[in-house]
Design a protein around this ligand. Structure first.
Ligand code: PGA
Length: 255
């Protein structure tokens, strides 16, 4: 049975203490986690290190929300992929829409980050998705394809290299207006086809992200092209992330 991924993007929601308290509570909760569920936490850079020390196992991992591709040097304020790797991170979120839209991250930078992550053996989680305006003008597929081509065209990856793509429509992030599960699955099938044509050697997993909540999470786990969810707001509170985990466990154990 395929693995179901729950990725928890804590963004800048939690301070150091809050992050550690939530990570410890989730560690406790994950004691009875079925083998086919993977939970990955993306805490803030400052809270990440102590969490990596405890929150790790066959199906528990920690990732960084962003990282710079150059290993070391005069880059004030940046943290490199290598540093995150040394700290014990396994995953790197790349090209999240908040980075693209608030911090003007470009497709070119996304590509640099993917290449750096892969060269270090870190698993990149590349976020793609269209804005409301692009969806309204029927550009959804085109925008996502451009993002995917910039990310993967001409990239050589070793056989079986893990790559995650998160389909996160910008209009669905943090708005409470999730993309309908059927539409997300349709986009995932398109993403799957495009990425597999560009990097056929990769072991690709596709996630949905954007206003995922406990009452709808199971809807996203039905389709064959979906391997899990990337949760923001609802992942930063114990009650809502616990509810999401419980719903996912119900799906994983019912199959
Ligand atoms: P949200 O965020 O669940 O708060 O919409 C998702 C994300 O940004 O990854």
């Amino acid at each position: 049975m395929k693995k179901i991924n729950i990725f928890a993007n804590w963004k800048m929601y939690l301070d150091y203490d809050e992050s550690n308290i939530l990570a410890n509570a989730l560690l406790e909760k994950a004691k009875d986690l079925p083998e086919n569920i993977q939970i990955t936490l993306f805490p803030s850079a400052l809270a990440l290190y102590p969490i990596v020390q405890t929150f790790s196992g066959d199906n528990l991992a920690v990732g960084a929300q962003n990282a710079y591709w150059i290993e070391k040097g005069g880059y004030t304020g940046e943290i490199s992929m290598q540093m995150y790797k040394d700290a014990g991170c396994k995953f790197i979120l790349i090209g999240h829409s908040e980075r693209r839209h608030i911090f003007n991250e470009t497709n070119h930078e996304v590509r640099q980050k993917i290449e750096a992550a892969l060269s270090l053996g870190l698993t990149p989680v590349i976020c793609v998705g269209e804005t409301q305006e692009e969806r309204k003008s029927n550009k959804t597929e085109e925008v996502v394809e451009v993002q995917l081509r910039a990310a993967f065209d001409g990239l050589t990856v070793a056989e079986g290299t893990e790559i995650f793509v998160a389909y996160e429509p910008v209009w669905a992030i943090g708005t409470g207006e999730a993309c309908a599960a059927g539409e997300a699955e349709r986009m995932h099938a398109i993403i799957d086809r495009i990425v597999k044509a560009l990097i056929p050697n990769a072991k690709l997993s596709i996630l949905y992200g954007g206003s995922v909540r406990a009452d709808i999470v199971a809807d996203y786990l039905v389709g064959p092209a979906t391997d899990g969810v990337l949760v923001g707001n609802a992942s930063a509170k114990l009650e809502s992330i616990s509810d999401i985990i419980d719903r996912v466990i119900a799906v994983a154990t019912a199959k």
